[in-house]
Ligand binder design. Structure first.
Ligand SMILES: C[S@@+](CC[C@H](N)C(=O)[O-])C[C@H]1O[C@@H](n2cnc3c(N)ncnc32)[C@H](O)[C@@H]1O
Length: 254
């Protein structure tokens, strides 16, 4: 049976899809990837590995699939999977407008409908990375990657939970409002259910599942300003880590 958070998040994302159309159109029109809420350039984060040409790449929680489009334009054989049919319908329209074809599937990243060891690379930007139970989607991502394949994902830093005001009224504040250590399921009410862990918890989980950690990055905007992007201002993100990037590898057999 489908988990409660999956059903809720589908409803939330079907309802929010129209608000993501403008960003989708902008990102599909660009071939210069930039990442996260502050648009940190690819040159700083290296989210897309070199040598994608001819490789099988999977986007987990692709939404409007602009990351998939960036990978397809680099010659990858791409699959995007997402829970929300309405997000995917934006993606399909933009595929037609940009004459770019790749596989798009409706599904849940906690139970991937793919054969084991079938992808070379997987990525998630605010998709499975935050909306799925970490132990579930990371086990599935590990299963579907070939040995030596890598996974890059970007989502909220665990500091986001700590600096969320108890009223839920964003943006983030500069005081410690929530416990750091016990975070796991963050229920944003009408905004859906997210998951995060303390950094030590992520490390422990990667180790238990069998991932090798290659890198950990904390994306930072170029300059502070009072302008708000989603849950944080540029000023907040310049002083504290609003986001995290993990780069993992499925080990080769010894
Ligand atoms: C913020 S969008 C991510 C796409 C894009 N990178 C972006 O930042 O706009 C989040 C997406 O995650 C999807 N999602 C949430 N839970 C999911 C799940 N269990 N399996 C697959 N996709 C999921 C939502 O439907 C939504 O389209």
């Amino acid at each position: 049976m489908e988990s409660d958070h999956v059903a809720r998040n589908r409803t939330v994302w079907d309802a929010q899809a129209p608000q993501y159309v403008a960003d989708a159109e902008k990102n599909w029109a660009s071939n210069e990837p930039s990442w996260g809420i502050f648009g940190v350039p690819e040159a700083e984060l290296g989210m897309l590995p070199a040598g994608l040409h001819g490789r099988r790449a999977l986007e987990l929680g692709c939404g409007t699939a602009y990351v998939s489009a960036w990978m397809a334009r680099r010659g990858a054989i791409v699959t995007g999977i997402d829970l929300s049919e309405r997000q995917l319908s934006t993606a399909r329209r933009l595929q037609a407008e940009h004459q770019l074809s790749f596989e798009l599937l409706q599904g849940n990243c906690e139970e991937l409908p793919f054969a084991s060891e079938s992808y070379d690379f997987a990525i998630s930007e605010y998709g499975a990375a935050i909306w799925c139970k970490p132990e579930r989607w990371l086990r599935e991502a590990l299963r579907v990657l070939k040995p030596g394949g890598s996974l890059h994902f970007l989502g909220c830093s665990p500091w986001v939970h700590v600096c969320s005001p108890p009223s839920g009224a964003l943006p983030l504040v500069e005081t410690l409002e929530q416990p750091y250590f016990d975070q796991y399921r963050n229920d944003w009410g009408a905004e859906g259910v997210e998951f995060n862990l303390p950094i030590s918890g992520w490390f422990r989980l990667f180790h238990e599942l069998g991932w090798q950690v290659l890198d950990y990055l904390e994306p930072r905007p170029a300059a502070p300003s009072p302008e708000r992007r989603h849950f944080a201002t540029y000023a907040w993100g310049y002083r504290y880590p609003a986001e995290q990037v993990w780069k993992l590898q499925k080990p080769l057999p010894r």
